[in-house]
Every structure is written in C-alpha cells, then in structure tokens.
Design a protein around this ligand. Structure first.
Ligand SMILES: Nc1ncnc2c1ncn2[C@@H]1O[C@H](COP(=O)(O)OP(=O)(O)OP(=O)(O)O)[C@@H](O)[C@H]1O
Ligand SMILES: [Mg+2]
Length: 597
C-alpha cells in the first residue's frame, strides 16, 4: 500500500482541527445567544405579567368579563404581547388575542400548572391556538393566600429566531473564511515542513549511499536543526571511522604484502580470507582469484591442506616441513599453522605462515656434502700413510729398497694431505675475506699478474713439453688484489697443463669486452662434457675422479678461482668441447680502458 505523504497528512489534520474548532465555537456561541435571548424574553414577560397582576387590582371579581377582555386586548396591543388570564380551574377567563369561550381548558399547560402551584412557570412551545412558537411566562395571582388566577404573558419567538438565524449565517460565513485562511496557512506550513523533511530525507539517503561529505542544511526550528546537526555529526564520525578502518586495512595489507614469509588465513569453512603476495608467489596462485575460495581448490598440496585442517581443529600451533612440487622445481616450505581467535576467544579460522627454506636446505646439504668430501679426501692419504708406516714397522724396513719406496710413498701422501689442507685454507680465507669485504683491491693492469702466474706453472708445463703463450699487451685497468688474482690464474693454467696432452699449447690472453677485462686460459686438452659444466666450480667436483687423483687434483682449484673472481666483483665462465680443448675465463669490471686512461 502506498504510504500517504506527510504533507497531505499534516494539511488534512490541520483542516479537520480548524473546522472542528469553528463549528463547535459557532454552535456554542449561537446556543449562548439563543439562551440569552430566551432568558431575557422570559424575564421581560415575567415583569409584564406582574405589571398586569398589579393593574388588575384587589379583586378579579369586580371585573366584567367583557371589560377584562377589552383591558387585555388594549394592553396586548400596546406591548405587542399576548396576555391570558386563567382561572384556578384552568378555565380561560380572558385572552388579548382570542375569544376565551373558544379556548380549551389551559389547566394542563406546564407554565399554568406551575403558576397554579404558586410559582412562576415558563415554557417555550408551539401555541395550538396561534400556531406559532411562543415563549410563555405564567405568574400566580394570590387572594387571601390562595391562587385566585394565573396571568400568562407570551410573545412569539420569531424575533429571537430571526436573530439566531442571522447569527447562524454570520458564523457560517466567518467559519468559511477562517477555514479557507486556515487551510491556506495549513497548506503553507505543511509544505514547509515536508520540504524540510525532504531535505533531511535526501541528506540521509546520500549518507546511506556513502556520501559522507554532503552537509545537510541546518534549520531555524529547534527540532529540524537538531536532526540536521545530528545527521551531519554522524556523517563526520562515520567518515572518520571508515577512514580509520580503511587506513588500518591498508596498513595491514602493506605489512602482509611486504612480508617475505607467505601468509594464508582461512575461515572456519576453510575458505581463504587472506593470502599475501609471498604466499601467492610460493604457491603459484593468483591472489585475487583465491579470495573466498576453499583452500582445497586454491592449494593443490595435500600436506598443506591437512596442516590447515589440523590448525583449525586444534588449539596448539602445528609446524611441519612440506615439499612443494612446482614447475620451477621442488621447494621446501617450513609451515607454521595456528588457529585464529577473535577477542572473545572464539575460533574464527586458521593461519598458516610459509617460509621458503629451499636455499637453507640446499646450503645444509652442501655443508654435509663438503664435510663428507673433505673426510673422504683426507681418509685416502691418511690410510695410505698408516698402511705403509705399519708395513715398515712390521719389518719391511729391513729391506732398504722397499723401505725407501714406502717412505717416498708416505712423503707423497703427506704432500697430498698438505695440498688439500692448503687448498681448503685458501678457499676458506678467500670466502671469509669476501664475506667481510676485507679484500683489498687496487687499480692495476693485469700484465705483471699474468706474467707471475705463467712463471709459477712454467716448470710443470716444461716437464710435459707444453708451451704456455702469454699475450700481456695492456687492455685496461681493474680493481685487483694481485696475489689472489695470480693464484686464480695459476690454478687455471695448472688445470690446462694437467688436462692437456704433451706438446700442446696453452694460451693466456686478456681482452676488453663490454666494460669487462676478461682473462682467458685456452688449452688443447681433453675438454669437458656439457653436463659437467654447471658443476665444475663446486668444491671437490671432478669430472673423472680417478684421473684427477692420478694427476694430484683435489677438486678445489676451480672453487677457489670462482671465489677469487667474486671477491673482485667479477665472475667466471667456461666453454669446452670434449677432445678439442677448453677455455676458462675470469671477467673483472674494468675501471679504465687502456689508451684512454
Ligand atoms: N682445462 C681443463 N680441461 C679439462 N678438464 C678440466 C680442466 N680444468 C678443470 N677440469 C675438470 O674440472 C675438475 C675440477 O677442476 P679443479 O681445478 O677444481 O680440480 P682439480 O684440478 O682436480 O684439483 P686441484 O684442486 O688440484 O686444482 C677437474 O677434476 C677436471 O676434471
Ligand atoms: Mg685444478
């Protein structure tokens, strides 16, 4: 059902009240005037009747009926009043306007009955004799304490009626005018009220729609002014609160998205409430699509699903390491799950924090492998030394030839052991210095360093009939630590000599390529198969263990080269063709270019 407009309700009520007031007031006024006129008439009639009583004199009997009739007619004409004299038996003795003999007994008339009882009687009714509405007043005429007759005076009510009728018209006209004015005023006031109401309603509607900057115009009237101000105050408060809430939300999101750890929160139905960038990246999920979807749909890893379920079901935090298979390779996640509670302690979901520990795991594995490798490398010479020493103790020393041979082997193995320890120490000192940025670099050309490295390797090369060719023409200056760089280049030349056939050539060059000073060692040796290339620079990595060991390699040389290059803010590279030869290069950032410096 359509609700009526306030404007019409107000206007209609206003009109009804005004009409009710004018009608009742008019009615009351007319009644009062009418009563007043009737009262007045009655008083007047009483006086006239009493006057007649006095004029009639001491005895009614003295009057001849005809004289009495005549006297009343005169009196009646003079005062435009009808007079009637009624005997104690109700018989009409004389009447100023009618023939008494033709008139019926008046003893039953209420005013006459009152007068016969000794009191003044009044009445207003239709006169059956004259057929007009008349007001009657009857007074008793006492003789010797007895009611001897009743004198009745009467006037028609026509005058009063006329006066009342004209009053009716006046009142009706005034009421009409008042009603019209009141209606106009009422319409005007209602219109103003409803306009103000509409203003407030529109303001409230804009508020409900989220427009908190709209200000509702205040009003002169107290109530509307108060409502408008309250609404405006509410809008300001809501605006502040909403801004505070969105600020908090933004802060929380900023914190979550800048976290390195992945965070996934679910509600009690295991639907995702929050998933930060890190988690989305780890799990390979689009965070905008994850929102409100079930964790089973979003995360395809059963272990993680189970862990979230456990965190939801139990109060205690759960911690687990999870293997995540991704297209980019396996990742290890350390996941901490715990239930989420609101301020009342009610469970509202669970949160899982994901830590990518893949690198840590790899480092740990490397460390374990390193220790195992070191132990293994050391064990071989130690076992040999112990074996030959025991053989000597068991009597082999009696044979001078054998004793000589065994002792030489023992010395050889001890050398190898020393070499390993030396290499390990060199490696760890370069590593430590690199981490602490403690390596001193100075700007210099490569000439001297390369020359020194070649000289170190010369005897070994000569022994194998290998020619080492050096191109030492200056190309540029880089920040270098000469002893370390010399060691790195010597390691490369050592390898080239070690893994090349007799009589071949090793070439040491320097070039300037794209802002880098590149030192390369080229050989015509056995070369390295493609699959080994990515691992060559790992510690203890050897392509052919038996062969390397035979030529006295520990597998640490290239790892040292790599660390030295990195300590110079540079890098290493390798190219190789099995059977043809290899090129190992050290790339260092150039400071100045030769010829231009
Ligand atoms: N120029 C090369 N030609 C062929 N293979 C090479 C060459 N340089 C290195 N390699 C291979 O790479 C492996 C690792 O070299 P690296 O220098 O680290 O160890 P190593 O020479 O065996 O021992 P060392 O610690 O005494 O240098 C070698 O064992 C070898 O198999
Ligand atoms: Mg080597």
């Amino acid at each position: 059902m359509a609700r009526p407009r306030l404007f019409w309700v107000l206007a209609a009520s206003y009109l009804v009240v005004v009409l009710l007031c004018t009608v009742s007031l008019g009615w009351y006024a007319i009644r009062s005037v009418h009563n007043f006129a009737v009262d007045n008439t009655e008083k007047e009639l009483t006086l006239r009747a009493q006057l007649v009583e006095r004029q009639l004199g001491s005895s009614l009997v003295q009057w001849h009926p005809r004289d009495l009739q005549e006297f009343l007619r005169h009196l009646g004409e003079a005062s435009t009043t009808r007079y009637t004299i009624v005997g104690p038996d109700g018989q009409v003795l004389a009447d100023s306007q009618s023939d008494p003999s033709a008139m019926e007994n008046h003893g039953d008339r209420p005013e006459v009955r009152e007068a016969l009882a000794g009191r003044t009687g009044t009445a207003t009714r239709m006169s059956p004799t004259l057929r007009v509405r008349e007001t009657y007043v009857a007074v008793p005429l006492f003789r010797h304490g007895e009611v001897a007759a009743v004198i009745r005076a009467a006037v028609p009510l026509t005058d009063v009626n006329r006066a009342v009728r004209s009053l009716y018209i006046h009142v009706a006209v005034s009421a009409g005018i008042i009603a019209v004015v009141a209606a106009a005023l009422g319409l005007y006031l209602s219109r103003r009220l409803s306009l103000r109401m509409r203003l407030i309603r529109d303001g409230a509607a804009r508020l409900a729609a989220g427009d908190f900057h709209h200000t509702i115009e205040s009003s002169r009237t107290q109530e509307f002014g108060a409502v408008a101000e309250s609404l405006n105050a509410m809008a300001r408060q809501l605006d502040q609160k909403i801004r505070a809430i969105s600020d908090q939300k933004n802060e929380r999101e900023a914190i979550l998205s800048s976290m390195v750890e992945g965070v996934v929160a679910v509600d009690t139905d295991e639907r995702v409430i929050t998933m930060n960038r890190a988690a989305a990246a780890l799990l390979g999920v689009d965070p905008s699509l994850a929102q409100r979807r079930s964790i089973q749909e979003v995360v395809r890893n059963p272990d993680l699903q189970r862990l979230v379920g456990q965190a939801l079901a139990h109060d205690e935090p759960v911690e687990e390491e999870i293997l995540l298979r991704t297209p980019a390779g396996d990742r290890f996640l350390q996941v901490n799950g715990s239930s989420l509670r609101d301020t009342d302690g009610r469970g509202i979901g669970a949160i899982a924090v994901l830590n990518d520990v893949t690198r840590l795991k790899a480092l740990e594995r490397m460390r374990r492998e390193f220790v195992a490798n070191v132990s293994h490398e050391i064990k071989t010479p130690v076992t040999a030394i112990k074996g030959f020493a025991e053989t000597l103790l068991d009597g082999a020393s009696d044979d001078p030839g054998a004793a000589q041979r065994f002792l030489r082997i023992i010395v050889g193995q001890a050398d190898r052991l020393a070499l390993i320890v030396e290499d390990l120490l060199a490696l760890s000192s370069v590593e430590q210095a690199k981490e602490g940025d403690a390596i001193e670099l100075r700007e210099a050309g490569m000439g001297e360093v390369l020359q020194a490295a070649v000289e170190v390797c010369e005897p070994k090369a000569l022994a194998k009939g290998i020619t080492v060719r050096l191109d030492a023409s200056p190309v540029g200056v880089a920040g270098i630590n000469p002893p370390l760089l010399e060691q790195a280049v010597a390691n490369l030349i050592d390898n080239a000599v070690k893994y090349s056939p007799e009589g071949s050539t090793v070439e040491v060059t320097q070039r300037l390529v794209a802002g880098e000073v590149v030192i390369c060692v080229r050989d015509e040796g056995i070369g390295i198969a493609r699959e080994h290339l990515p691992h060559l620079f790992e510690r203890f990595y050897r392509v052919d263990k038996a062969r390397s060991r035979a030529v006295g390699g520990t597998g640490l040389g290239l790892a040292i080269v790599k660390h030295i290059a990195e300590a110079h803010h540079g890098r290493v590279s390798v190219e190789s063709t099995p059977g043809k030869g290899s090129v190992f290069c050290i790339h260092l950032p150039a400071v100045t270019v030769a010829g231009r410096a």
